[in-house]
Write a protein that binds this ligand. Structure first.
Ligand code: ADP
Ligand code: MG
Length: 697
């Protein structure tokens, strides 16, 4: 790549060492390329002049033109302000300066027509604009309608006169020299297919847009490019993985048929069948499977995992099922053991609290191949846990695991890397799964088992406690059980624990006649399991808990989920918690208890929960509120490296970019054709982390 773009920013006309140091520090701009990639984050419409009569309070920045008819200096010293009386044919506004009065005042003259730009405020019945931009109206300004880019900058930079406008001027200076040097990054075929403008024009339009339509075309092209190279990278990784890693052939179905015909307690949903077929196809393909199984809470992922396990076991392979918590591991074990026993499949549980003797037995039986399914927590990852032939690794609720842990699972079979099935009950929006999991195959269970009643969700203010307690009592009298959940946020763990304990006491006071369980993260695993078990058996009627019960726990008789301080939970968590009820045949309820003081965002979260039970819809709102990066946590968001592209609004661009990338991977995976030379250069540059030209896009 041309060294021109690596030129230190200091050498740009109008910058110099001091400003360069500031740009380095404040905006991470070190080189010409960095500056060019500092895109405007919005544009102001300077195509329209408003008349003063048209102004109203809700307006963002507006542009007016007129003349100065008077001025006043009001106040003394630091409190002094300059007030300019500014008129057009329809009325007047006050232009006000609190700073730089000495500098601006002599420049403002009567009898000259000015263009003024700023945000109008109303005091009494008069509009004023504080610190407006003001310049003499020239014929050029009058006719040259344009969109003014706005660049992010910082307070420090503004004080040193590096405001948005100054950055804009630097871009203009740079673009004069850079324009003809900006290399094309997309092949002719793609440019033609989508009628894209050349790269250099797109970059120029982004900084100096000529008109709205050109700007939109430029932005579209640049976003396309970001998504295209991201997708290409993911798809190429996937292709390499598929070629490099042979998968164990798992194709026998006798065991499965036997189970299906005599022991399956219900009919599978269409979605479950579809997913099982997808997994089976992978097993038969001779390639290693890496599949993400998405399915809302209660959609029945466990049985899918079990059926996949049967296919693996039938072909002589073993299965590991890893859960994020002891409670969950327990529950999986209990649930699956029932099925396993019926068809002579041997299953064991290994967690942090397994006794040495039991452990040793498990280790032996794994090595001899006697043990078919091992369920457990991350204790499974320990090196002493060795399989005879691990064929399938199932990871439940994967968002709690890192990639590194997944890699440790891989190492447990030296001949064939095990097939991997990752199950998650946290639906994520399509754009996000295409980005973060773009290199995985994705299966979705988008259908709940028949006969489920939709959970009714209500919002209650905590002042209505008595009514709420009355409702809970009625449900318990009908024979149901109730969860009461308190938030647990790590920074204030002590406070939260106190909230929980206070809550526990008040629940006890309100329901002295019923036995109550309590579970929280500070309890020993044994004590937790004991309390959990009492609730599962129905010995206790109310379970007071923190979010440790968030994932996976299955108590079909529990039909009421009360979430205290619901405003403190995120949407994904609320959705998970709600999923703990509605698992039996009864009508279930989720009650979100909040104070009266709700932030705007908290209101959106609560209202969304009340409105819908669709996990994907909830995930979409969650992404709108938090942004994609936050949603995935910092670790994974690193993979979503976008400057202009936004997963919240750019699904159409992402979709065509993915298609274009798929076509390339299919037709020219090695990027050997002359046509795809430019793509190859980009991919190599990305790998080298040199000037990253796919990012200038
Ligand atoms: P999740 O996808 O949240 O892990 P589970 O696998 O725990 O859901 O299933 C939830 C409940 O639904 C379990 O009690 C399970 O036995 C039951 N279930 C699963 N599939 C079906 C089905 N096709 N028909 C009826 N009940 C089902
Ligand atoms: Mg589950």
């Amino acid at each position: 790549m041309s060294s021109f773009f690596k030129t230190p920013i200091e050498f740009l006309k109008g910058v110099g060492p001091q400003k360069a140091a500031l740009l380095n520090k404040e905006l991470n701009i070190f080189t010409y390329a960095d500056l060019l990639q500092h895109y405007p984050y919005r544009y102001e419409d300077r195509t329209k002049f408003y008349s003063i009569r048209e102004l109203h309070e809700q307006m963002p920045n507006v542009q007016i033109k007129g003349q100065i008819r008077g001025r006043e200096l009001i106040g003394e010293g630091r409190k002094q302000r300059l007030v300019i009386h500014f008129y057009d044919e329809t009325g007047s506004v006050d232009l006000i300066w609190f700073q730089g009065i000495k500098w601006i005042s002599p420049k403002l003259k009567t009898g000259v027509t000015y263009v003024v730009f700023g945000q109008p405020n109303k005091f009494g019945n008069k509009f004023s604009i504080a610190h407006p931009e003001i310049e003499v109206l020239t014929p050029a300004l009058q006719n040259n309608h344009f969109l003014q880019p706005v660049y992010s900058t910082t307070e420090t930079l503004r004080r040193k006169f590096l405001d948005s406008k100054a950055l804009y001027n630097l871009q203009k200076v740079l673009l004069k020299e850079a324009y003809n040097r900006i290399p094309e990054t997309l092949p002719q075929s793609i440019l033609q297919q989508y009628a894209f403008m050349p790269k250099k024009d797109a970059v120029a339009q982004i900084h100096i847009p000529r008109e709205e339509q050109m700007l939109q075309k430029a932005r579209f092209r640049m976003k396309f490019e970001e998504f295209f190279f991201m997708q290409l990278r993911l798809l190429m990784q996937k292709k390499i993985r598929l070629e490099k890693f042979k998968g164990q052939l798992l194709a026998k179905t006798d065991l499965l048929t036997r189970f299906y015909q005599s022991h399956l307690p219900f009919d599978l949903t269409g979605a479950q069948k579809k997913v099982i077929r997808e997994i089976f196809n992978d097993f038969k393909s001779g390639k290693q499977m890496n599949r993400l199984l998405q399915g809302d809470v209660g959609s029945g992922k466990t049985i899918v995992a079990f059926i996949a396990s049967l296919i693996a076991i039938d072909s002589g392979a073993q299965v590991a099922l890893m859960a994020p918590t002891q409670i969950l591991a327990n529950q999986h074990y209990e649930g699956l053991k029932e099925f396993a026993d019926k068809i002579g499949v041997k299953i064991a549980l290994l967690t942090g609290s397994s006794k040495t003797k039991a452990r040793r037995k498990i280790h032996e039986e794994l090595l001899s191949g006697e043990l078919h399914i091992l369920v457990g927590t991350h204790a499974l990852l320990e090196d002493v846990v060795q399989f005879k032939n691990l064929g399938l690794a199932i990871v439940d609720e994967q968002h709690r695991y890192g990639v590194a842990q997944r890699a440790r699972l891989w190492k447990k079979n030296e001949t064939f890397i095990p097939h991997v099935l990752i199950m998650t009950a946290t639906p994520i929006p399509r754009t996000l799964s295409m980005s973060v999991y773009g290199d995985l195959d994705i299966s979705t269970i988008d259908e709940l088992p028949k006969g489920r009643k939709e959970i009714k969700t209500l919002h209650q203010y905590d002042a209505n406690r008595l009514r709420l307690n009355g409702f809970i009592r009625k449900e318990i009298e009908k024979g149901r059980q109730v969860y009461v959940v308190y938030p647990l946020i790590e920074e204030s763990e002590k406070l939260d624990l106190k909230d929980l304990m206070d809550g526990y006491e008040s629940v006890q006071r309100a329901f002295p006649e019923y036995p109550i369980s309590i579970v929280h993260g500070k309890m020993k695993a044994d004590a937790k399991d004991f309390e959990m078990a009492r609730f599962v058996k129905g010995e206790t009627k109310i379970m007071v808990a923190t979010t440790v019960i968030e994932v996976g726990v299955n108590v079909p008789n529990a039909s009421v989920m009360v979430i205290e301080n619901a405003e403190r939970f995120g949407l994904a968590q609320l959705h998970q918690l709600r999923g703990r009820v509605g698992r039996g045949a009864e009508q279930s309820y989720c009650i979100l208890v909040t104070t009266h003081k709700l932030s705007k965002e908290a209101k959106v979260r609560v209202n969304t929960m009340v409105r819908t039970t669709d996990g994907f819809e909830i995930a979409q709102v969650d992404m709108q509120l938090r942004g994609a990066g936050d949603m995935m946590g910092t670790q994974q968001s690193g993979q979503v490296d976008l400057i202009l592209g936004d997963l919240r609004e750019d699904e159409p661009v992402l979709t065509i970019a993915r298609q274009a990338a798929q076509k390339i991977v299919k037709e020219d995976p090695e990027l050997v054709s002359e046509e795809n030379r430019l793509i190859k250069i980009q991919i190599e540059n990305q790998a080298k982390k040199s000037v990253n030209w796919s990012r200038i896009s």
